[in-house]
Design a protein around this ligand. Sequence first.
Ligand code: 5AD
Length: 467
Amino acid sequence: MNPKIPTETQLPLYKAAPPSEPVNITQGQAARRVYIETYGCQMNVSDSELMSGILTRNGYEMVDRLENANVVLLNTCAIRENAEEKVLNRLKHLDHRKQVQSDLVLGVCGCMAQHMKTKLIDAAPYVDFVLGPDAYRNLPMAINSVTTGDPFLDLTLDKGEDYADLAPIRVDGVRAWLTIQRGCDKMCTFCIVPFVRGRERSIPMHLLVDDVKRLVDEGFKEVVLLGQTVNSYNDGTHNFGDLLFAMSEVEAIERIRFTSPHPSDATDALIEAMASCDKVCNQIHLPLQSGSTKVLKAMRRTYTAEAYRELVAKMRARIPNLSISTDVIVGFCGETETDFMETYNLMAEIRYDSAFMFKYSSREGTLADKTLDDDVSDKEKGCRLREIIELQEGISHEINQGLIGETAAVLVEGESRRDPNRYQGKTDGFKTTVFPKENSQVGDLVRVKVESVTAHTLIGSLVAAPL
Ligand code: 5AD
């Protein structure tokens, strides 16, 4: 059985090249072929690449199809209830598969593993092991321990674990994800992340600069720096602004992005680095969460709506053509119609290029779950969500329409999903752009004249003039 799941959650991670010095601990056993299925955010994509690195170094073979695997790892997300439900449904399918493929080993890793702990084994007793985000060094041991019969659990959270010494294996492409910080110290009342990923820790700057040099050698053109609150990066000596300046010095890296920053850590040093480093893209994902200061306070977001508004104005004044996206939650505990309208109006005023919008989902273990009343009905949450989605779709479309006739620099990423005669890539502002291939190549930075648009895509043609 091969159940169909949405493609964005199915990110097989493999690379043809063998490790330089493979350590074959599977000698004498059937070869272990591992398939990783990744759910959730880019940090999980990056963690799956780390897991591929650990496994490959230990003699495991990574495969890109479930059918070819005898070890299946689900790298999971716990951010909202539906993320966990999706994995529980997937596990049921994999249980059926296990019944016909007796040597199949099934591991659940990542945030949901850490969140559900032994409850995961209760819900899916056929799972062979459960590993939290700080336990990936034990992956080979977990896979090998399966013969003992009892499920193996490692849910230790370790503030000292940054995996900085371990090389991930990335899918070839033009964009590389680079984790610069793990964990989160912010404690927003709605959010499960600090509980499943532990305390914040940053990887030393010199190691990260070396990583970027290596990525360039491997052929990557763009690096996206990852952290839960990426701009609170601090390795004890250097802050996030320092890191952006240092990375910009790396020759041949063409673009630098980062996600997701926290508004309270958007310092002048960050704004200065964005304004003065050409390679740092004029794009920021700046989670708002709510436009009501009362709700922001209940969320413990540590800024007011007014401070957020001023921050956006300051950034726009200093960084021309800044593209801004955001995250918004509707229906948080105590959110009245008036609070919601403050969110709606602030979104209408700021005019984001794009937004990820969610209904509040209570997460067991968070402060909101323990101390606040989830008092907005699901129906009301749905209505509010539809209203801001409609608002945002209109704004995104209008902003894109304003780009018609303009020429944008686009980094070519690959073939358009819909048309083999076209390439797709991203502008500096992270807008997906589609254009006829002509003589351009993947990895090129090309000029595209925008001819038509949707709310989410720019469609254009190549312009001959050099960049
Ligand atoms: N319910 C709904 N959305 C949430 N997010 C985080 N926690 C929750 C929750 N409990 C959203 C926030 C965050 C994004 C990654 O997910 O908007 O920025």
